[in-house]
Design a protein around this ligand. Structure first.
Ligand code: FES
Length: 159
């Protein structure tokens, strides 16, 4: 695990599941709602230990939202940068030239999923790092393929 130089903001990696556990919401006929195929995890900023896995709810500012859209995995803050509404209730949409964005359900602000840039003001959506890793041989379940990579996320700096 890699730690930040700032002990107040450890940037450690967190396992959030296997690639196969994230259905592609781009295949969703109901308008690409994030809720249908996402995982929301609570990862407190100041704790060096992994706190939780699965769909648990706590302080919105500590939550990461992970989902797949048109073949790309995304990990973002679940909290809208405008006024702290949960983005898992938002909708994902295409931006020309293979881009994608998320539209907040609350006031309709949009954020680019590859840059974090918002369409209004200087608000920017924090994007988490994502890394795909081969599963440990000892942890390979008979039901899961050894080619089904693990999905790890890491909080962005200054998030
Ligand atoms: S809270 Fe998300 S756009 Fe206002």
């Amino acid at each position: 695990m890699e730690a930040s130089k700032d002990p107040a903001q450890p940037r450690i990696w967190h396992l959030v599941g296997r690639v196969s556990q994230f259905p592609d919401i781009g295949d969703d006929e109901k308008g690409c709602q994030v809720l249908s195929g996402c995982k929301t995890l609570s990862i407190p900023k100041t704790d060096v230990q992994e706190q939780s896995q699965g769909n648990r709810f706590s302080d919105l500012g500590d939550q990461v939202l992970v989902f797949k859209y048109k073949g790309f995995l995304h990990a973002i803050d679940n909290q809208c940068p405008h006024s702290a509404f949960p983005l898992k209730q938002g909708n994902v949409f295409d931006i020309e030239d293979l881009g994608a964005g998320i539209k907040c359900f609350r006031h309709g602000w949009k954020f680019d999923l590859f840059t974090g840039k918002g369409d209004r003001g200087s608000h920017k959506l924090p994007l988490w790092d994502i890394e795909l890793r081969d599963p440990c041989v000892s942890e390979i379940d008979e039901k899961l393929s050894s080619t089904d990579k693990e999905v790890w996320v890491r909080r962005p700096p200054q998030s």
